[in-house]
Design a protein around this ligand. Structure first.
Ligand code: NAP
Length: 267
């Protein structure tokens, strides 16, 4: 195998997918070998993302696009409804999944891990590839050791399909590793409007704000005696995820089974 990594992009017509195509086309150590989308069949992937033609035509059938493409890695930024089917197809063809699509359940992650191991391959599932967001999660996990009363508020655009966000779930999971489970708040609390207190995870709350004009933000708020601590991350642009995706594509080549969370690649 050459040292150039051959990359297929599922969701190439999407907002994240287009950034991935651009990133792959500009890294001499990566080669775009397939671009898959539900629309734009036959359009050159380079032209699709506003760059020069690259000779890779968008395909709508993932299985057909992968067979014969000699892809090593498939980056998936599609939808919670299609990511599992895409990943099963890729792994069965020996292609390593790097999954940014959110909405996967623990059982899905387990299934893909097993499938990878059975096929002698590996991959990465990361709800957030932004290095700043990973640091926010790590700092929140650290704070939870000393301030176990916590709530998460995440903000995204109003067209997002899944709630709460994959990032907030990952943050909650990392907090839970450092916080003994207990139910926060008044035990007699009553919601007069359903959902007013947000979703309950391990005894603490996650709130999802969905508004046009918002890109991606998250606050983790800790409450203590006479004080609060807020850890906040703001994403302004999809380009901000690309250094992380680039690292993940390269790391995926060394893995056996699925690594869940980009934080495992940041010391
Ligand atoms: P988007 O703009 O709606 O793009 C999704 C794309 O997926 C669409 O272009 C659609 O193609 C394509 N698609 C749907 N089903 C498909 C299938 N079966 N095969 C191939 N392509 C398919 O969404 P986005 O904003 O790029 O976000 C995509 C996902 O990434 C979401 O789950 C989001 O939460 C997640 N995300 C993750 C991170 C991270 O760091 N991990 C960061 C941002 C977003 P058509 O356009 O042709 O219909």
């Amino acid at each position: 195998m050459s040292s150039i990594i051959h990359v297929a992009v599922a969701g190439a017509n999407g907002r994240m997918g287009k950034e991935v195509v651009k990133m792959v086309l500009t890294d001499p150590n990566l080669k775009l070998v397939a671009a898959i989308s539900r629309s734009n069949e036959g359009v050159d992937a380079g032209l699709l993302v506003g760059k020069e033609a690259c000779g890779v035509l968008v395909r709508t059938d993932l299985e057909a696009a992968l067979s014969g493409a000699d892809a090593h890695v498939m980056v998936d930024f599609t939808t919670p409804h299609s990511v599992m089917a895409n990943s099963r197809i890729a792994i069965r063809q020996g292609v390593r999944p790097v999954i940014g699509t959110t909405g996967l359940k623990p059982a899905d992650i387990e299934e893909l891990d097993k499938l990878c191991k059975n096929n002698g391959t590996g991959g990465i599932i990361a709800p957030n590839f932004s290095i700043g967001a990973i640091l926010m999660m790590k700092f929140a996990a650290q704070a939870a050791k000393y301030m176990p009363h916590v709530e998460i508020i995440e903000y995204h655009g109003d067209q997002k399909l899944d709630a709460p966000s994959g990032t907030s779930i990952k943050t909650a999971e990392m907090i839970a590793l450092n916080r003994q489970e207990f139910r926060q708040g008044n035990p007699n609390e009553e919601e007069t409007i359903d959902g007013a207190r947000g979703g309950l995870y391990n005894g603490f709350r996650i709130h999802s704000v969905r508004l046009p004009g918002v890109f991606a933000q998250q606050e983790v708020i800790f409450g203590g005696y006479g004080q609060t601590l807020k850890i906040r991350h703001d994403s302004y642009d999809r380009e901000g995820y690309m250094p992380g995706v680039n690292i993940a594509v390269k790391k995926a080549m060394e893995l056996s089974g699925i690594v869940y969370g980009f934080e495992h690649f940041i010391d």
